[in-house]
Ligand binder design. Structure first.
Ligand code: SF4
Length: 297
């Protein structure tokens, strides 16, 4: 058994730090195009770093660099991580101006663009591929969340898995590295379904995955669903999650790097007892599970 932790040093020979940005985009699941309430699990406010608020893209980058320097993090360069909402959801000329503002910063080496699979098209992907040919690092991260249409429908995503598959294939076909977000524990999914999803993901040209446990955020539609139908959720504790994750990783292609195994939101957004565990603590538990099967409790 093995899995490959994600490393910029290994990929590009550089210590790169991602700087999460709010590029001023919205999402078709919020602006009324597909819906207004968003995916049932989503509260995007939980993922906005404080330094992004009320600032231009260049100001956010400077504030983000200062934030990381204060914590003693050394970097050879930075990647502008367009994280909030759906960061290809605008006409191409708008995307161009926001991405190129970020790339104009002398310490920014490239872009990481988080988006929905239904918010890319050939022209946008061709533009990103052209940026990469000019020597910029460009990665596209898609919200996969689940490989099952029934789950995607249940959480109100507004697209199906065929859409995800096509977006990933079209992006990778242009030579762009593709990342994916996956949530473990969405309602209606069993342990077996989650393990089987590894085989489905193995067929896609994904470079890395960010995996996280379902966090039920306060005030979301998911919280109401959980209160009404707790039996539809796996309700994994930290060790139960790590146990399932280890079995999932065991089925995943070895070359898919693992960039994240847990989601952490500020305490104000959740009552989850273990969702506040540090990323490092969960990695330690995963390593322990790897070598000392199985965990107790
Ligand atoms: S998870 Fe992404 S796609 Fe869904 S509502 Fe939130 S920002 Fe929009």
């Amino acid at each position: 058994m093995s899995f490959k932790p994600f490393s910029y040093q290994e990929r590009y020979g550089l210590r790169l730090q991602r700087l999460a940005l709010d590029g001023g985009f919205t999402c078709p699941n919020r602006d009324g195009t597909l819906g207004v309430g968003g995916c049932t699990f989503c509260d995007n406010r939980a993922f906005h770093p404080a330094y992004t608020q009320g600032k231009s893209i260049l100001e956010q980058l400077d504030a983000g660099m200062a934030f990381h320097r204060r914590r003693g993090r050394q970097a050879d360069g930075y990647l502008a991580y367009f994280q909030a909402f759906s960061n290809t959801y605008a006409p191409l000329d708008v995307l161009r101006s926001r991405y190129e503002e970020a790339l104009s910063h002398p310490q920014v080496r490239g872009l990481v663009i988080g988006t929905r699979p239904d918010c890319v098209n050939a022209a946008k992907l061709d533009y990103l591929a052209a940026l990469q040919r000019q020597g910029k690092i460009v990665e596209v991260e898609f919200g996969i969340e689940s490989v099952y249409d029934a789950t995607l429908q249940r959480v109100g995503r507004g697209h199906d898995f065929a859409c995800t598959r096509e977006a990933i294939c079209e992006t990778a076909r242009r030579g762009l590295p593709v990342g994916g977000h996956l949530i473990i524990g969405l309602p209606g999914e069993t342990r077996e379904m989650i393990l089987e999803s590894a085989a489905i993901l193995n067929e896609l040209p994904i470079s890395y995955l960010k995996i996280h446990q379902l966090q039920i955020l306060k005030g979301t539609a998911m919280e109401a669903e959980y209160q009404a139908h707790p039996e539809a959720f796996l309700r994994l504790g930290a060790d139960g999650y790590i146990d399932l994750l280890a079995d999932f990783l065991d089925r995943l292609r070895d070359d898919i790097a693992i960039a994240r195994i847990v989601s952490q939101v500020p305490p104000a957004f959740t009552d989850a007892p273990w969702g506040l565990l540090k990323q490092e603590e969960l990695w330690k538990r995963l390593e322990k599970r790897w070598f000392l099967l199985p965990l107790q409790g």
